[in-house]
Design a protein. Structure first.
Ligand SMILES: NC(=O)c1ccc[n+]([C@@H]2O[C@H](COP(=O)([O-])OP(=O)(O)OC[C@H]3O[C@@H](n4cnc5c(N)ncnc54)[C@H](O)[C@@H]3O)[C@@H](O)[C@H]2O)c1
Length: 281
């Protein structure tokens, strides 16, 4: 299902930084009306300034189960039958070490943003998207941000991988369920994108991750994140406009996609060796 951004409303979560910010700026340039949301209001204002003004800004915490339906009931009446492109982009990282060092609270915190945030937003806006498609001619589109960590389980990332595999499972299910409805679905799997996500990562409270380890993770991420957020956003909007249901970003993204499908068991040993080389002082 191809979707045009012109004359659509584009609702983006996590639009105060990184990929979400670039998506918002480019969507406005492509002629869409953008509703940019985030918990970071100062960052949203900066996104709006970079876009030249004209974005609608809302503080929205995707981990807040009550705030989302309340937000949807305020926004939906303003959409006036226009196609809605919902981009579930907001996300966080957790640097807590292995699962055994990750508290239940830390694990749940990450899932509540990276997985349940996506599900809650979809639950709140999909009825409008289906109705718009039935009566308004279509063009609505759901875009969910998974990751290459939705292809591969990686040590030290149990909560993040659980969330991103979950986003992929949820989105591929909707891809089948929404066939023939006119609502498009895209699951996005970026490789390393040079954003704030690693710098902003929450540190685990167990003490397993030392200051030196945390600093090394941030530095290594910076070295490995080869794609800019602007380039990631360009590829996402191209994919959405072409009706691509599975958007893999970056040469690293394509390599991990290919390796995990070619070597579904032995990729674990291969990636572990590579990680140990990267993270050995
Ligand atoms: N950067 C990468 O290498 C990479 C790779 C694969 C997938 N992703 C995914 O892309 C998405 C965007 O990440 P990014 O790299 O641009 O990160 P980023 O840290 O630059 O931006 C994330 C944004 O989400 C917002 N956010 C955090 N918690 C929120 C909440 N509870 N409610 C609403 N907004 C919240 C932050 O304030 C921030 O503005 C995430 O889902 C991330 O998991 C990123």
């Amino acid at each position: 299902m191809k979707s045009s951004l012109t004359n659509s409303v584009i609702l983006i979560t996590g639009a105060a930084s990184g990929i979400g910010r670039s998506l918002a700026i480019q969507a406005a340039q492509l002629g869409g009306q953008v509703i940019a949301t985030d918990i970071n209001e100062a960052g949203l204002a900066e996104t709006n300034q970079l876009a030249g003004g004209g974005l609608m800004l809302h503080r929205l915490d995707v981990a807040d189960a009550d705030a989302i339906p309340a937000f949807a009931s305020r926004v939906i009446p303003t959409l006036a039958g226009r196609p809605l492109i919902l981009v579930n982009n907001a996300g966080v990282a957790l640097n807590s070490g292995p699962f055994s060092e990750t508290s239940a609270e830390e694990f749940d915190w990450l899932l509540s943003i990276n997985l349940f945030g996506v599900i809650r937003m979809t639950r709140a806006f999909l009825p409008y998207m289906l109705e718009q498609s039935r009566s308004g001619g279509g063009g609505s589109h759901l875009v969910n941000l998974s990751s290459v960590f939705g292809f591969a389980g990686i040590q030290g990332q149990s909560a993040y991988c659980t969330a991103k595999f979950g986003v992929r499972g949820f989105t591929e299910t909707l891809r089948m369920e929404l066939m023939g409805t006119g609502v498009g679905v895209s699951c996005v799997h970026p490789g390393g994108i040079d954003t704030n996500i690693a710098r902003a990562a929450r540190r685990g409270a167990s003490g397993y991750v030392t200051d030196a380890m945390h600093a090394q993770t941030t530095t290594s991420f910076k070295q490995m994140a080869r794609t800019s957020p602007d380039e990631a956003a360009r590829q996402i909007w191209t994919g959405v406009r072409q009706g691509d249901t599975r958007i893999v970003i970056g040469a690293d993204g394509r390599l991990i996609d290919w390796l995990t499908r070619l070597l579904p068991k032995s990729y674990t040993r291969l990636f572990k060796r590579q990680l140990e080389k990267t993270f050995t002082p």
